[in-house]
Every structure is written in C-alpha cells, then in structure tokens.
Ligand binder design. Structure first.
Ligand SMILES: Cc1ncc(COP(=O)(O)O)c(C=O)c1O
Length: 360
C-alpha cells in the first residue's frame, strides 16, 4: 500500500465537492455580493477569442499593468491562482519541516492546512475573548533568542482577519513588523480585504525586507471564480516565491478579467461603497435586537443570533439564503457569519431576523 506522507495524517480534506449554489443568495463565502455586473461580464467575455482557450496564457500584460497600478516593479510581484495559492507558496518557499509558524487564531483556515502540508509546527495565538488580538503577547513571541516556543520562521497575519473581520491599525501593527524585522521573521500579511479598509502596508514595503503582502481579486474585485491573487514584496522574497511557481500561474480568462478591472477602479470603488453601506445597515438592524456583532472591517459580519439562532437559520435556509453557521468553529461556535452585500441583499437577512424576533 502506498501511503501519503506522514505530515498529511492530521489533515482531513475529503469533504464532498460543493453542490451548485445557483439560485441561492450566497452570503456564506465572503464573495462579492451580488456578482459582477452583467455589462462588465459581457465586456470581459467579448475580449476573449477561441485562442484565449486554446493557447497557453500570456501573463506579461497583466504583470505590467498590475505593477503600474500598484507603483511597484514587476520583479516585486508574483501572480497566482488565488491568494490561497500565494499563501501555499509562502510556506513552500520559506518553511522547512519543523520550522515554527505563528498564527493568530482563528484566521483564514488554509494557513493551518498549508503550514501542516509543509511539516511546520503551528503555534496558534488565540485572540482575546472580545476577539481582539493580544498585541503584547504577539510582540513577545517575536523576541529574538526566545526558546519556548522558538521564534517563528513565519508570522501569518490576515488583516482584516479572515475569520473575524477584525482589524489591527497601522500604529498597532508597526511595533510587530519592526520586531519581526529585527528577529528575521517573515511576515505574510494577508490584505485580502484591504479594499474595505483602504489602508495598506504597500507604501512601507521598502522598509520591511521581511514583509510579503498577499492580495486577491476574489473579494471587492468580484473574481473569486477565476482564481486570481498575487504577492507583493521585495525582489529577493518574490524571487524566492518564483522558484515554486507553476509553469503558468493563472488562466487567460483570469488574465483578461483582472486587466479589465484594473482599468476600471471606479467599478471596484462602487463595489466597496455598496458593501460598506450594506454593512452599516445590517449592523444597525441587528443592533435593534441587541444582537452581538464582531465589529468587522471586511465584507462580512460575525453575529451572535442567540436563542433565535436555530429559527433564523431555518428561515434563511427556506428562503434559499446561505450563511455560515459557525457550529464547532472553536471560539466562534454559536456565531453566524454573514457576508455583506448592498442594502437590497442584507435587508433580506435582516427581515428574517425581524420576523423571527417578532414571533418569539
Ligand atoms: C484572509 C483571506 N485570505 C485569503 C483568502 C483566499 O482567497 P482567494 O484564494 O480566493 O484569493 C480568503 C478567502 O476567504 C481570506 O479570507
């Protein structure tokens, strides 16, 4: 019998493939809600030809245009199949079996998966009960020379956090980045939700040769189905990441769609504004019922529906509205994650909550 590597023993990724979500209001995976405008879709498609499918993709134009829009050079960029692949590449490139990886938890789930695939030891750093990050503890864990646990090779920090939506401000994060630099810790700073906060470490990249920013076209840009993400970092770090890149990073449809959106920053700004307005509305409507909400800086909210949870979840399911029940999700057990879209979409959730609350 040929067995998988021992490092993979603890991983269970055998879940059945996801069923079609067509016809559902999809508020469970933090995608763009609603989907990309039909007109934008039609324009992207009209730029495709049969050769877009049959020829191997040409990434040169996307690298050039992305670099120009970010104000970096092309050797500071690596494009990949979603930021998910970029995270994987970071572990594969920079971690050897036995290295320690420090992860504030909960976080975007694939960090632990990729850390484990690469045989690293994950040191989880729990958030406080109020879901804030214990920055003092984090700072301490990065102190050079520390023995137990040892100074990590990598700090994986999603900001806003992919599980909570919480956000660490620039001034709070600065001492962490400085300490990591002193201690030679690579910081994988995941800015998947950066468009919703509008504040990025990109302008400071030159000061931190130990910093890789992870970005995606899946959230505010609306291309989750096409799998386009990228890393930005110093040319040395990116050169390292390039060593593990596949023959071709992404497909030609993704290339064309990303190029289309880069030329239309106004469209992405509209997506963000609609989402922020929807988030404000949903927060206010849930507050009327006194429901606890984690203040979220991304395109989702974690909500504690309390005694009404089962009834609300049942009504949402009946109305074909998908949300993420966090049952069994450690400290988030009992919470419900709701992806936020414009007012029209989030109102459908708020209406259900109103209805159930009025009944009970
Ligand atoms: C923090 C964070 N990073 C990365 C991803 C992965 O995004 P993608 O692979 O679609 O770019 C997600 C998805 O939810 C996320 O929440």
């Amino acid at each position: 019998l040929i067995r998988h590597r021992a490092e993979l023993d603890g991983l269970d990724r055998t879940a059945a493939p996801e069923q079609s979500r067509a016809g559902f209001l999809r508020l469970e995976r933090n995608e763009l809600v609603p989907e990309l405008d039909q007109a934008a879709f039609d324009e992207i498609i009209s730029a495709l030809t049969p050769a877009s499918f049959s020829a191997y993709p040409s990434l040169g134009p996307l690298y050039a245009e992305l670099a120009a829009s970010l104000g970096v050079s092309e050797d500071q960029l690596l494009i990949g199949a979603g930021s998910d692949w970029i995270i994987r590449a970071c572990f594969e490139t920079f971690c050897s079996p036995g290295d320690h990886v420090l992860l504030p938890v909960p976080t975007y789930g694939m960090y632990e998966v990729y850390a484990q695939i690469n045989g690293t030891v994950v040191d989880g750093l729990p958030h406080r009960d109020d879901f804030s990050l214990p920055l003092d503890v984090l700072l301490d864990r990065l102190r050079a020379g520390q023995r137990t646990p040892p100074v990590p090779r990598v700090l994986g920090l999603a900001n806003p956090n992919g599980a909570l939506g919480s956000y660490v401000t620039g001034s709070d994060l600065e001492p962490i980045l400085r300490r990591a630099r002193e201690s030679d810790v690579l910081v994988v700073l995941d800015e998947a939700y950066v468009d919703y906060v509008g504040d990025t470490w990109l302008p400071r990249l030159g000061e931190f040769p130990n910093l890789v920013l992870v970005r995606t076209f899946s959230k505010a840009w609306g291309l989750a189905g096409l799998r386009v993400g990228y890393a930005i970092g110093g040319a040395d770090l990116i050169g390292g990441l390039r060593r593990v890149r596949p023959n071709v990073e992404i497909n030609q449809v993704g290339v064309e769609a990303a190029r289309y959106l880069l030329r239309r920053p106004g469209l992405v700004r509209d997506h963000v504004q609609r989402t922020l307005a929807g988030k404000q509305l949903l927060t206010a409507r849930l507050a009327r019922h006194g429901l606890a909400v984690v203040p979220g800086s991304a395109n989702f909210l974690q909500v504690r529906l309390g005694p009404c949870r089962e009834a609300v979840l049942a009504r949402l399911a009946a109305a074909q509205i998908l949300v993420k029940d966090q049952r069994g999700a450690g400290p988030l057990d009992g919470w419900t994650r709701i992806t936020v879209g414009p007012a029209a979409q989030v109102s459908q959730v708020a209406d259900v909550v109103d209805e159930v609350m009025a009944r009970d």
